[in-house]
Design a binder for this molecule. Structure first.
Ligand SMILES: Nc1ncnc2c1ncn2[C@@H]1O[C@H](COP(=O)(O)OP(=O)(O)O)[C@@H](O)[C@H]1O
Ligand SMILES: [Mg+2]
Length: 244
Protein backbone atom coordinates (compact mmCIF):
# COMPACT_ATOMS: atom_id res chain seq x y z
CA UNK A 1 0.00 0.00 0.00
CA UNK A 2 1.11 3.54 -0.70
CA UNK A 3 0.70 6.22 1.85
CA UNK A 4 -1.10 9.29 0.57
CA UNK A 5 -1.15 11.35 3.76
CA UNK A 6 1.03 11.08 6.83
CA UNK A 7 0.37 13.27 9.86
CA UNK A 8 2.91 12.64 12.58
CA UNK A 9 2.57 14.03 16.11
CA UNK A 10 1.22 17.32 14.88
CA UNK A 11 0.63 20.23 17.19
CA UNK A 12 -1.03 23.43 15.98
CA UNK A 13 -1.39 26.32 18.30
CA UNK A 14 -3.27 29.57 17.79
CA UNK A 15 -2.81 32.81 19.57
CA UNK A 16 -6.13 34.13 20.72
CA UNK A 17 -6.39 37.83 20.15
CA UNK A 18 -7.94 39.26 23.19
CA UNK A 19 -9.33 42.77 23.08
CA UNK A 20 -8.65 44.43 26.36
CA UNK A 21 -11.08 46.75 28.01
CA UNK A 22 -9.59 49.76 29.79
CA UNK A 23 -10.59 48.21 33.09
CA UNK A 24 -8.80 44.96 32.34
CA UNK A 25 -5.76 46.84 31.14
CA UNK A 26 -5.57 48.96 34.31
CA UNK A 27 -6.13 45.97 36.57
CA UNK A 28 -3.50 44.03 34.71
CA UNK A 29 -1.03 46.88 35.12
CA UNK A 30 -1.82 47.58 38.77
CA UNK A 31 -1.64 43.96 39.80
CA UNK A 32 1.71 43.89 38.07
CA UNK A 33 0.96 40.61 36.41
CA UNK A 34 3.73 40.69 33.92
CA UNK A 35 4.31 38.09 31.32
CA UNK A 36 2.04 37.06 28.53
CA UNK A 37 -0.67 39.30 27.22
CA UNK A 38 -1.66 36.69 24.74
CA UNK A 39 -3.47 33.46 25.26
CA UNK A 40 -2.45 30.44 23.29
CA UNK A 41 -4.75 27.67 22.39
CA UNK A 42 -4.03 24.17 21.06
CA UNK A 43 -6.24 23.53 18.05
CA UNK A 44 -4.45 20.21 17.40
CA UNK A 45 -2.73 18.43 20.22
CA UNK A 46 -0.44 15.61 19.11
CA UNK A 47 -2.41 14.20 16.20
CA UNK A 48 -1.02 11.29 14.19
CA UNK A 49 -2.69 9.46 11.33
CA UNK A 50 -1.91 7.79 8.03
CA UNK A 51 -4.20 7.63 5.03
CA UNK A 52 -3.44 5.09 2.32
CA UNK A 53 -3.83 5.92 -1.34
CA UNK A 54 -7.41 5.29 -2.44
CA UNK A 55 -8.82 5.45 1.06
CA UNK A 56 -11.88 7.54 1.74
CA UNK A 57 -11.96 9.06 5.20
CA UNK A 58 -14.67 10.99 7.01
CA UNK A 59 -13.25 13.48 9.50
CA UNK A 60 -15.82 14.06 12.21
CA UNK A 61 -16.17 15.95 15.45
CA UNK A 62 -18.03 18.79 17.06
CA UNK A 63 -17.50 22.44 16.18
CA UNK A 64 -14.07 23.63 17.22
CA UNK A 65 -12.60 20.13 17.48
CA UNK A 66 -9.87 20.93 14.94
CA UNK A 67 -11.19 19.42 11.69
CA UNK A 68 -10.66 22.45 9.46
CA UNK A 69 -7.26 23.11 10.99
CA UNK A 70 -6.22 19.54 10.15
CA UNK A 71 -7.42 19.90 6.54
CA UNK A 72 -5.52 23.19 6.21
CA UNK A 73 -2.35 21.50 7.46
CA UNK A 74 -2.79 18.64 4.98
CA UNK A 75 -3.42 21.07 2.11
CA UNK A 76 -0.40 23.15 3.11
CA UNK A 77 -2.36 26.33 3.87
CA UNK A 78 -1.09 26.12 7.46
CA UNK A 79 2.14 24.75 8.89
CA UNK A 80 2.34 22.69 12.07
CA UNK A 81 4.08 24.13 15.13
CA UNK A 82 5.39 20.67 15.90
CA UNK A 83 5.38 17.37 14.06
CA UNK A 84 5.31 16.58 10.36
CA UNK A 85 2.73 16.51 7.60
CA UNK A 86 3.47 14.67 4.36
CA UNK A 87 1.28 14.32 1.27
CA UNK A 88 2.05 12.37 -1.85
CA UNK A 89 0.96 13.99 -5.10
CA UNK A 90 -1.33 16.88 -5.91
CA UNK A 91 -3.86 18.08 -3.41
CA UNK A 92 -7.16 19.80 -4.17
CA UNK A 93 -8.84 21.32 -1.18
CA UNK A 94 -12.38 22.67 -1.01
CA UNK A 95 -11.91 24.22 2.36
CA UNK A 96 -13.48 27.64 2.33
CA UNK A 97 -16.12 28.78 -0.11
CA UNK A 98 -14.57 31.32 -2.45
CA UNK A 99 -10.94 30.57 -1.55
CA UNK A 100 -8.73 30.40 -4.63
CA UNK A 101 -11.06 32.71 -6.57
CA UNK A 102 -10.48 36.32 -7.46
CA UNK A 103 -13.61 38.46 -7.05
CA UNK A 104 -12.85 40.76 -9.99
CA UNK A 105 -12.31 37.96 -12.48
CA UNK A 106 -15.12 36.23 -14.32
CA UNK A 107 -16.18 32.67 -13.66
CA UNK A 108 -14.39 31.54 -16.81
CA UNK A 109 -11.18 33.40 -15.85
CA UNK A 110 -11.38 31.95 -12.37
CA UNK A 111 -11.52 28.44 -13.81
CA UNK A 112 -8.09 29.13 -15.29
CA UNK A 113 -6.81 30.72 -12.09
CA UNK A 114 -8.16 28.00 -9.83
CA UNK A 115 -7.20 25.20 -12.21
CA UNK A 116 -3.61 26.41 -12.35
CA UNK A 117 -3.47 26.64 -8.56
CA UNK A 118 -4.57 23.00 -8.57
CA UNK A 119 -1.70 22.11 -10.89
CA UNK A 120 -3.51 21.93 -14.24
CA UNK A 121 -1.84 23.31 -17.34
CA UNK A 122 -3.62 25.85 -19.51
CA UNK A 123 -4.12 23.13 -22.13
CA UNK A 124 -5.66 20.76 -19.59
CA UNK A 125 -8.06 23.47 -18.52
CA UNK A 126 -9.03 24.44 -22.05
CA UNK A 127 -9.62 20.79 -22.89
CA UNK A 128 -11.92 20.33 -19.89
CA UNK A 129 -13.48 23.81 -19.86
CA UNK A 130 -16.86 22.85 -21.32
CA UNK A 131 -17.15 19.90 -18.98
CA UNK A 132 -16.23 22.06 -15.97
CA UNK A 133 -18.80 24.71 -16.88
CA UNK A 134 -21.49 22.13 -17.62
CA UNK A 135 -20.95 20.35 -14.32
CA UNK A 136 -21.11 23.65 -12.41
CA UNK A 137 -24.50 24.43 -13.99
CA UNK A 138 -23.53 28.09 -14.09
CA UNK A 139 -25.49 29.61 -16.91
CA UNK A 140 -23.93 31.28 -19.91
CA UNK A 141 -24.49 34.85 -18.88
CA UNK A 142 -23.07 34.23 -15.41
CA UNK A 143 -19.93 32.37 -16.42
CA UNK A 144 -18.66 35.58 -18.02
CA UNK A 145 -19.53 37.86 -15.15
CA UNK A 146 -17.31 38.67 -12.20
CA UNK A 147 -17.57 36.13 -9.42
CA UNK A 148 -18.14 38.81 -6.79
CA UNK A 149 -21.75 38.66 -7.97
CA UNK A 150 -21.99 34.92 -7.31
CA UNK A 151 -23.98 33.38 -4.49
CA UNK A 152 -22.20 30.97 -2.15
CA UNK A 153 -23.99 28.12 -3.91
CA UNK A 154 -22.59 29.23 -7.27
CA UNK A 155 -19.08 29.51 -5.81
CA UNK A 156 -19.37 26.02 -4.44
CA UNK A 157 -20.57 24.59 -7.74
CA UNK A 158 -17.74 26.17 -9.67
CA UNK A 159 -15.09 25.32 -7.07
CA UNK A 160 -16.24 21.71 -6.78
CA UNK A 161 -16.35 21.34 -10.54
CA UNK A 162 -12.82 22.67 -11.10
CA UNK A 163 -11.41 20.55 -8.26
CA UNK A 164 -13.21 17.39 -9.37
CA UNK A 165 -11.96 17.82 -12.94
CA UNK A 166 -8.37 18.54 -11.92
CA UNK A 167 -7.76 14.86 -11.08
CA UNK A 168 -5.94 15.51 -7.82
CA UNK A 169 -4.27 12.66 -5.94
CA UNK A 170 -5.77 13.82 -2.68
CA UNK A 171 -9.15 15.54 -2.49
CA UNK A 172 -10.01 17.41 0.72
CA UNK A 173 -13.55 18.64 1.27
CA UNK A 174 -14.61 20.70 4.26
CA UNK A 175 -18.22 21.26 5.31
CA UNK A 176 -18.90 23.38 2.24
CA UNK A 177 -21.03 20.78 0.48
CA UNK A 178 -23.80 21.85 2.81
CA UNK A 179 -23.97 25.16 0.95
CA UNK A 180 -25.21 23.43 -2.19
CA UNK A 181 -28.79 22.44 -2.76
CA UNK A 182 -29.93 18.83 -2.59
CA UNK A 183 -29.68 17.99 -6.33
CA UNK A 184 -26.18 19.43 -6.53
CA UNK A 185 -25.08 17.57 -3.41
CA UNK A 186 -26.35 14.41 -5.00
CA UNK A 187 -24.37 15.14 -8.15
CA UNK A 188 -21.24 15.80 -6.05
CA UNK A 189 -21.71 12.45 -4.31
CA UNK A 190 -21.92 10.68 -7.65
CA UNK A 191 -18.79 12.44 -8.84
CA UNK A 192 -17.00 11.54 -5.59
CA UNK A 193 -18.01 7.90 -6.09
CA UNK A 194 -16.49 8.00 -9.60
CA UNK A 195 -13.28 9.56 -8.29
CA UNK A 196 -13.07 6.85 -5.66
CA UNK A 197 -13.31 4.20 -8.34
CA UNK A 198 -10.37 5.90 -10.04
CA UNK A 199 -8.42 5.34 -6.84
CA UNK A 200 -8.46 8.86 -5.52
CA UNK A 201 -7.81 9.56 -1.86
CA UNK A 202 -10.54 11.54 -0.12
CA UNK A 203 -10.83 13.25 3.24
CA UNK A 204 -14.23 14.80 3.85
CA UNK A 205 -15.53 16.85 6.76
CA UNK A 206 -19.27 17.01 7.19
CA UNK A 207 -21.90 17.06 9.89
CA UNK A 208 -24.15 15.01 7.67
CA UNK A 209 -23.69 11.53 9.10
CA UNK A 210 -25.79 9.88 6.40
CA UNK A 211 -23.75 11.51 3.68
CA UNK A 212 -20.45 10.56 5.26
CA UNK A 213 -21.57 6.95 5.65
CA UNK A 214 -22.15 6.88 1.90
CA UNK A 215 -18.79 8.30 0.84
CA UNK A 216 -16.31 7.15 3.47
CA UNK A 217 -15.23 3.72 4.65
CA UNK A 218 -13.14 4.99 7.51
CA UNK A 219 -13.95 7.59 10.14
CA UNK A 220 -11.70 9.68 12.34
CA UNK A 221 -13.27 11.56 15.22
CA UNK A 222 -11.56 14.59 16.73
CA UNK A 223 -12.43 16.05 20.12
CA UNK A 224 -10.60 19.00 21.62
CA UNK A 225 -7.79 18.69 19.09
CA UNK A 226 -7.14 15.01 19.76
CA UNK A 227 -8.05 11.88 17.84
CA UNK A 228 -10.60 9.96 19.91
CA UNK A 229 -11.64 7.39 17.32
CA UNK A 230 -10.10 6.00 14.14
CA UNK A 231 -11.78 3.01 12.55
CA UNK A 232 -14.72 1.90 10.39
CA UNK A 233 -17.08 4.74 9.48
CA UNK A 234 -20.01 2.98 11.20
CA UNK A 235 -18.08 3.11 14.48
CA UNK A 236 -17.22 6.78 14.05
CA UNK A 237 -20.82 7.69 13.23
CA UNK A 238 -22.04 5.63 16.19
CA UNK A 239 -19.68 7.49 18.43
CA UNK A 240 -20.99 10.86 17.22
CA UNK A 241 -24.58 9.72 17.71
CA UNK A 242 -23.61 8.90 21.28
CA UNK A 243 -23.83 5.14 20.88
CA UNK A 244 -20.22 4.41 21.60
N1 LIG B 1 -6.87 31.35 12.70
C1 LIG B 1 -7.25 31.03 13.94
N2 LIG B 1 -6.90 31.79 15.00
C2 LIG B 1 -7.27 31.47 16.25
N3 LIG B 1 -7.99 30.37 16.56
C3 LIG B 1 -8.37 29.57 15.56
C4 LIG B 1 -8.03 29.86 14.19
N4 LIG B 1 -8.54 28.86 13.42
C5 LIG B 1 -9.17 28.01 14.26
N5 LIG B 1 -9.07 28.43 15.54
C6 LIG B 1 -9.61 27.75 16.72
O1 LIG B 1 -9.12 26.41 16.70
C7 LIG B 1 -10.15 25.52 17.11
C8 LIG B 1 -10.36 24.49 16.05
O2 LIG B 1 -10.92 25.13 14.95
P1 LIG B 1 -11.36 24.37 13.63
O3 LIG B 1 -10.22 23.57 13.15
O4 LIG B 1 -11.92 25.39 12.71
O5 LIG B 1 -12.49 23.40 14.17
P2 LIG B 1 -13.65 22.64 13.38
O6 LIG B 1 -13.39 22.77 11.92
O7 LIG B 1 -13.59 21.25 13.90
O8 LIG B 1 -14.93 23.32 13.79
C9 LIG B 1 -11.39 26.36 17.38
O9 LIG B 1 -11.52 26.56 18.76
C10 LIG B 1 -11.11 27.65 16.67
O10 LIG B 1 -11.73 28.73 17.32
MG1 LIG C 1 -14.47 23.60 10.41
Amino acid sequence: MTRAIVVDQVVKQFTLRHTWSIKEYVVWNLTGRGGELKDTFLALDDVSLTVEQGESVGLLGRNGSGKSTLLKLISGVLRPDRGQVGVRGRVAGLIEVGAGFHPDLTGRENIYLNGSILGMTERDITARLDEIIAFSEIEGRFIDSEVKFYSSGMFLRLAFSVAAHSHPDVFLIDEILAVGDEPFQHKCLERIAELRKEGQTLVIVTHDLNLVSQVAERGIVLAGGKTVFDGPIEGAVGRLRGEG
